[in-house]
Design a protein around this ligand. Structure first.
Ligand code: AMP
Length: 369
């Protein structure tokens, strides 16, 4: 295990495995380009080790050059790709083979293709040492691949986490075992959002509130917002498929998270099963589901009070509030048994001072080990 900044990484690929993949690519490309002198273009910074080992393994005359793009900030792709080091000169009529360290969504690749689009090269090929085929959604085909890897965050062999880890000879993977994933369970008004806000700082977790994401989308008039609005305004649940896909997107947007607090999700059996399957596919799991318990009458009073301040349409009308309780009793309450069966269900008294309730939740979380 190694620690870079605040995160722990575990060994994933050894030096020999990587060099074997590099060699395989060099042999493959050499067979295709033995009759000409290709120009290899390494993509900085991540590809410097790959380029070096690749060239050592390449048996014929060749040229090398570099471009530099910038797309990563920390662990998440920001989507901003700028060119910091331009295409090499005199490449017209030549075969250019891009050497990339890793291709994930394909956003950087798109920019690369764009960068070379007006250059009149003879051939333009892409070779990537690592390829996350699961998440790749670009149109461009990858011509040479060293190793296909799952969508886990990796460092080493040129790849970094906030600039550290590039010098490692092997590749390391973010250790998910230390993750804590919590489901906060409870009726509307039980204090899930408030407590999630406190717990996320205390345990360095990412808070995902499906209600907040819906409201954000409604405010911004997105297609998702327009779709969800009619359900939310009535106090009904948004259809599972829509909500599940949205939740997955939110998790995927945060590959660096040390864990998640799911607030307001799952609310149906289908959502609970989808969450388990999705997390499992990522080597993750729900560690605990904690219910905040409070009487309906207390909750109605709390929600009406909240509705006055927030202007939330679903918090201003007792009928809609009661409808949300009915939805909860019918569709969400049965999840208690689902999580009890997994030995993950915990119940906490949700009445009292905010700090006292946080202490009750922390007691459960700290006991998870
Ligand atoms: P909340 O802020 O969690 O009370 O959510 C407000 C509203 O958003 C709910 O009444 C539902 O209409 C919708 N919503 C939030 N989370 C979900 C979910 N997991 N499944 C379906 N609908 C949801």
């Amino acid at each position: 295990m190694i620690k870079l900044h605040d995160k722990v990484f575990k060994p994933y690929l050894g030096e020999e495995q990587i060099l074997a993949a590099v060699k395989k690519m060099a042999v493959q490309i050499a067979a295709d380009y033995k009759d000409e002198v290709p120009i290899f273009v390494g993509v900085l910074n991540g590809a410097f080790m790959f380029v070096s080992d690749f060239l050592k393994a390449y048996p014929h005359p060749c040229q090398v050059s570099f471009v530099r793009l910038s797309s990563y900030q920390g662990l998440t792709s920001t989507g901003i790709v700028e060119s910091l080091l331009d295409v090499p000169e005199n490449i017209e009529g030549r075969s250019v083979i891009i050497l990339e360290d890793v291709i994930d969504t394909g956003r950087t690749l798109k920019q690369l293709v764009h960068l070379f689009s007006g250059t009149n090269v003879k051939e333009f090929k892409i070779a990537s040492l690592f390829y996350k085929s699961e998440v790749y959604n670009g149109e461009y085909s990858i011509d040479y691949v060293g190793l296909e890897i799952p969508d886990d965050f990796i460092v080493g062999y040129g790849l970094d986490y906030n600039e550290l880890g590039r010098n490692l000879r092997g590749v390391y993977q973010l250790n998910q075992a230390s993750m804590i994933n919590l489901v906060l369970f409870g009726k509307p008004g039980a204090g899930k959002g408030t407590q999630a806000g406190v717990l996320k700082d205390k345990y360095n977790l990412k808070h995902i509130s499906t209600g907040d994401v819906f409201r954000y989308n409604i405010k911004n008039g997105t297609a998702l917002g327009i779709l969800a609005k009619s359900y939310i305004d009535r106090g009904d649940l948004v259809p599972d498929e829509v909500t599940i896909n949205m939740l997955k997107d939110e998790v995927e947007k945060n590959p660096e998270a040390a864990g998640f607090i799911f607030d307001g999700f799952p609310r149906t059996a289908a959502q609970a099963e989808a969450l388990d399957n999705f997390l499992e596919s990522r080597n993750m799991h729900v560690n605990a589901t904690i219910a905040l318990e409070a009487d309906d009458d207390v909750l109605v009073a709390r929600l009406l009070e909240r509705g006055k301040e927030s202007g939330r349409s679903d918090d201003q009308d007792e009928g809609k509030i009661r409808n949300r309780f009915d939805e909860y009793n019918e569709k969400t309450a049965p999840l208690k048994a689902y999580y009890e069966k997994q030995g993950k269900f915990h119940s906490v008294n949700g009445i009292g001072e905010i700090t006292d309730i946080t202490s009750r939740l922390a007691e459960v979380i700290d006991a998870l080990g």
